[in-house]
Design a protein around this ligand. Structure first.
Ligand code: ARG
Length: 655
């Protein structure tokens, strides 16, 4: 049941004849923020008043006179400047909940306008271990896929793997120069990861050695500027504004210098890590040209060099196994995993075609697409003939339109790629693709110090070790909670897995996706507060009620003689919250925001908790009341489970 949508239909009928285009006004029906304003509010009388040139209260009265909601609401009230307050009738709530009680989908319908939606998410650059940065796209994309599917859309998920980039040049170079056959045979993944790290360390070292003097020059330059500013004679007689702007300038320089010095220190430490290690010193001398050599290996791969292609496919098999293991732990699958390599052969033809059609032009030896309002073109072929990230995305959209005929494509990608997507969407428009393209962007995960989450040595944090740690901590919690030692070792591990992984997923999804958030195990695993652990606990608590009372929930659901009574105010509050699942889903999907679903579930758990405090269930005053409360409890549990499931989080029966 989507209550606002039911109300919208009634209001549409009332507005017909009053206004030509009722649609935008119907959007102004929303859930009330305070109980004294009823359950829902219709706020269109104010803007409609302006349009009709009538006082809003008068317009509100006109609407109410034409509105037929008699069996749904008590008589609508007009309040303040012209708000129409709607309070649902108890009988209607009961009737609607009774239908939901035995419904497989707890009364949640499907969208009236199903679309075909392709979701491009996760897309890690394989051949290097997945790191913390990958979790956001992966869990947000997965939740959106599940939510959209549940709401009746046709969803296609595609993991646009970065399986063709420089990182393969790095591994191939490592394979050729540093491979330990023995380790590779024993544990190929570990050996490949070692090669990747080694090559990266050497490349970094050479880059940093060149960069260090530049950084120092820059820092000195900034220091001189600051000195000059401070030595400026006679700053006394200056007016307030000049003084202020001088002060600002000084602060700006100071913080730039500080940042530069910090950077110099990290760079110096990285360099030291090589210099202090005789083996690394030797390697760095022997591989002084490593940066260029890696690019050559990549280029050979892209141009069809047989040996590099062979190595690439050999390595790719292991890389895919590696990420598959992580997806398994997160419980995520994809319909397709068409990586960048899949499109490689389409790129030359695409560029030629775009040139012929005049959509792309040569520019300083390269090829680019010039977009309105932008001076710099979006490059699709470099001077040296290499193709770019954007070229692949253009080939990909062409393929997707042809193969899947989507109405919408969602790209769940870090906000830092905003410019890329703006340009690429504009270019796709010039190519004549009018499919809806949306960049579902998200912010950064921060460490407790408020800067992007890194390890102590400044490296990216490996995703797998994060999952391990979350599970380990969850295991401690589960073990400590199991005071009566009723859980077996396997049960504890299984439960800890669901709780640990669930905590990480929920910590991400409960945030507005565009904000940054701080990664904290303690917060995400807290039993109280807006966490998966709290919701999983709420679910398990309801389930234990059924175990304790030896009640068959399914039988209760299907028993037509079981009545729902809403005797206490908190029962009514719970009933209303239970019926808001569908509208939440609709709202969350409008702008692709799983956090709205998370917030709804959290609120549901809170309302249930007050209900549970005030309304005895197993010890209710009569069998009728008891059954009614059991039905409300069962619906709560099912919605919690379904809602968490849509977020990609599993529940546990006991914890
Ligand atoms: N591999 C890319 C990265 O790690 C993300 C891919 C996103 N999808 C896309 N179609 N561009 O940055």
């Amino acid at each position: 049941m989507n209550i606002p949508s039911v109300l919208r239909k009634r209001f549409e009928a009332a507005l017909n004849g009053l206004v030509e285009e009722p649609a935008p006004y119907l959007e102004m029906i929303r859930s009330s923020q305070e109980p004294k304003f009823g359950d829902y509010q219709a706020n269109m009388a104010m803007s409609l008043g302006k349009k009709l040139g009538k006082p809003p209260r008068e317009v509100a009265q006109m609407i109410v006179d034409r509105l037929d909601v008699a069996e749904i609401c008590t008589p609508p009230e007009i309040a303040g400047p012209g708000f129409i307050n709607l309070t649902l009738k108890k009988e209607w709530l009961i009737e609607t909940l009774t239908a939901a009680k035995s419904d497989r989908r707890t009364g949640v319908g499907t969208t009236e306008s199903p679309r075909t939606i392709l979701i491009d998410f996760s897309g890690p650059n394989v051949a290097k271990p997945m790191h913390v940065g990958h979790i956001r796209s992966t869990v947000i994309g997965n939740a959106l896929a599940k939510m959209l599917r549940f709401y009746g859309h046709r969803v296609i998920t595609d993991n646009h793997l970065g399986d063709w980039g420089t990182q393969f040049g790095m591994i191939i170079y490592g394979y050729r120069n540093f491979l330990s056959r023995e380790s590779y045979l024993q544990n190929p993944l570990e050996e490949l990861a070692r090669l990747y790290r080694l090559v990266r360390q050497l490349m970094d070292y050479h880059k940093k050695v060149t960069a260090l003097p530049e950084y120092q020059d820059k820092a000195n330059f900034l220091k001189r500027k600051l000195d000059e500013l401070e030595r400026q004679p006679d700053q006394e007689g200056l007016d307030r504004d000049t003084e202020k702007s001088l002060k600002k300038e000084r602060q700006r320089l100071e913080s730039q210098i500080f940042a530069m010095l910090e950077e110099i220190q990290t760079v110096a430490e990285k360099i030291k890590s090589v210099v202090n290690d005789p083996v690394m010193v030797k390697l760095s001398q022997e591989h002084a040209r490593i940066g260029e050599a890696v690019l050559e290996e990549t280029s050979k791969l892209h141009h069809g060099d047989a040996e590099n292609r062979r190595l690439w496919s050999e390595i790719l098999v292991f890389c895919r196994q590696d990420i598959e293991r992580i997806y398994n732990r997160l419980g995520i699958t994809f319909d397709h995993s068409l990586g960048e390599s899949f499109y490689n052969d389409m790129l030359p033809g695409l560029v030629t075609r775009l040139l012929e059609q005049g959509i792309a032009r040569e520019t300083e030896g390269a090829v680019g697409i010039f977009l309105p309002g932008r001076e710099v073109p979006m490059l699709i072929r470099k001077k040296d003939g290499a193709f770019l990230y954007a070229t692949t995305d253009l080939a990909t959209i062409e393929y997707r339109v042809k193969t899947f005929q989507p109405d919408t494509v969602l790209y769940v990608v870090d906000f830092r790629q905003s410019l890329h997507f703006e340009q690429f969407f504009a270019a796709a428009g010039q190519m004549g693709y009018h499919v809806e393209l949306i960049h579902v962007k998200f912010g950064t995960i921060l460490g407790e110090d408020g800067t992007p989450f890194k390890t102590r040595s400044g490296d990216t944090v490996d995703l797998e070790s994060l999952l391990d740690e979350a599970e380990k901590r969850a295991c401690d919690i589960v073990t400590a909670n199991d005071t009566e030692k009723t859980l077996s070792r396997e049960q504890i591990e299984e439960t800890a897995g669901r709780i640990g992984i669930g905590a990480m997923i929920y910590a991400d999804l409960s945030q507005n996706r565009e904000s940054d958030y701080v990664f904290s195990y303690d917060k995400m695993l807290a039993m109280n507060g807006n966490t998966a652990t709290y919701l999983q606990y709420a679910y398990a608590r309801v389930r234990s009620l059924f175990t304790k009372g030896a009640i068959d929930a399914a039988a209760l659901r299907d028993d037509p003689s079981v009545e729902i009574l809403l005797t206490k105010p908190v029962e009514r509050e719970l009933a209303l919250q239970l019926l808001k699942f569908e509208e939440t889903l609709e709202l969350a999907l409008r702008d692709y925001r799983p956090n709205l679903l998370a917030a709804y579930l959290y609120e549901l758990a809170n309302v249930y908790s007050s209900f549970f405090e005030r309304c005895p269930v197993l010890k209710a005053e009569s069998a009728v009341v008891r059954n009614s409360r059991l039905v409300l409890s069962d619906l709560t549990a099912r919605i919690l489970r379904q809602g968490l499931e849509l977020l990609g989080i599993q529940t546990v029966e006991k914890m």
